[in-house]
Design a protein around this ligand. Structure first.
Ligand SMILES: NC(=O)c1ccc[n+]([C@@H]2O[C@H](COP(=O)([O-])OP(=O)(O)OC[C@H]3O[C@@H](n4cnc5c(N)ncnc54)[C@H](O)[C@@H]3O)[C@@H](O)[C@H]2O)c1
Length: 262
C-alpha cells in the first residue's frame, strides 16, 4: 500500500507575501523557504551561515522563485535591528516571520549538570532571546498592514521531557508561554502568533546525536511509524501563515506523528 504524504498537495497562494525565515540556510528552514517561494512568496533568508543562505536563494531562483539572503546572528541584538530595518527599507514590509534559527544539530548531548554556563547562556540567547529580538522588529510593519503571522519553532522534546539537552528544552519550553503572551498583545492588530512543536524530523543534515537505535525507538513511539521529513511539517506552517488561519492564535501545535498527546 502506498501512503500519500501531504506537502505535494499544499495549494496555498502566497503571491505578494513577504516572508522572513531565520535559519533558512539548511534543514527545516531551507524547506520552509522553498515551500513559501514555490507558493509565490518573496522570501528573506536570514542565517548566521551566509554561504548557506545564498545557496538556498540560488536554489529558489533556479526554480523561478524570489528570494534574498542576509547574514544574521539572531543572538546579536544590534545586528537584528539593522538587518530587519534593511529588509523593510528595501522591500517595504514583512508579512510573515518564521523564527526557526536555533542552536540544534550542533548540540552535544550531556546531562544538565555538565553543561558549561557559557554554553547554557549561548543556547538561551540564540533560541529564546533571538526569537524575542526578531519578533519585536516586525510588529510595526505588521501593524501598519493590519496583517501578520509569527511562527515560533518549538519542539516536541518539550512534551516528552527528553534528557541531555536541557538548555535546548528549556529554551523551546519558554517559546510556548512567550507566544501566548505575544498573541494576546497582537491579536487586535490582525497579527497571530503560534508555536509549532515538531518531533524528530530528518533533514539533509546529518545528526550524530540520533543513533540508529534511537531513530528506531523514536519511530516506534509514533502512531505513524515512519521517519518524519520536512514535508510532514510544511502543511501546518503554510496553513498557520495563511489568511485562512486568522482565528488560530496562541496555540502550540505538535507535529510528531502522534508520538506525544499534549
Ligand atoms: N529537525 C528536528 O528534528 C527538529 C525537531 C524539533 C524542532 N526543531 C527545530 O526546528 C528548527 C530547525 O531545525 P533543523 O533541524 O533545521 O536545524 P539545523 O541545525 O539543521 O539548522 C539550524 C539553522 O539555524 C542557523 N542558525 C543557528 N544559529 C543561528 C544564529 N545565532 N543566527 C542565525 N541563524 C542561526 C544555522 O546556521 C542553520 O541554518 C530549529 O529551531 C530546531 O530547534 C527541529
Amino acid at each position: 500500500m502506498t501512503v500519500r504524504t501531504s506537502a505535494a498537495r499544499c495549494n496555498f497562494d502566497f503571491s505578494g507575501t513577504h516572508v522572513a525565515i531565520t535559519g533558512g540556510g539548511q534543514g527545516l528552514g531551507r524547506a520552509y523557504a522553498k515551500a513559501f517561494a514555490a507558493a509565490g512568496a518573496a522570501v528573506f533568508i536570514l542565517d548566521r551561515n551566509f554561504e548557506n543562505a545564498c545557496k538556498v536563494t540560488d536554489e529558489i531562483k533556479v526554480a523561478d522563485g524570489t528570494a534574498f539572503a542576509y547574514q544574521l546572528d539572531v543572538g546579536r541584538l544590534d545586528d537584528v535591528s539593522d538587518v530587519f530595518s534593511t529588509i523593510i527599507n528595501e522591500h517595504g514590509r514583512i508579512d510573515v516571520l518564521v523564527n526557526n534559527a536555533a542552536i540544534f544539530t550542533t548540540l552535544e548531548m550531556k546531562p544538565f549538570y555538565s553543561i558549561d554556563p557559557a554554553e547554557w547562556g549561548e543556547v538561551i540567547n540564540v533560541n529564546l532571546n533571538g526569537v524575542y529580538a526578531c519578533s519585536r522588529q516586525v510588529v510595526d510593519t505588521m501593524k501598519e498592514n493590519g496583517f501578520g503571522r509569527i511562527i515560533n519553532i518549538g519542539s516536541a522534546a518539550v512534551t516528552m521531557g527528553r534528557p541531555n539537552y536541557t538548555h535546548y528544552v528549556a529554551s523551546k519550553s519558554a517559546l510556548i508561554g512567550m507566544s501566548r503572551s505575544m498573541a494576546r498583545e497582537l491579536g487586535s492588530f490582525g497579527i497571530t502568533v503560534n508555536t509549532i512543536m515538531p518531533g524528530a524530523t530528518f533533514t539533509e543534515v546529518e545528526r550524530k546525536t540520533v543513533t540508529p537505535q534511537q531513530k528506531r525507538t523514536i519511530i516506534a513511539s509514533q502512531c505513524i511509524q515512519r521517519p518524519a521529513t520536512p514535508d510532514d511539517i510544511l502543511g501546518t506552517v503554510l496553513f498557520l501563515c495563511s489568511e485562512e488561519s486568522g482565528f488560530v492564535t496562541g496555540q502550540a501545535i505538535t507535529i510528531d506523528g502522534g508520538a506525544t498527546h499534549s
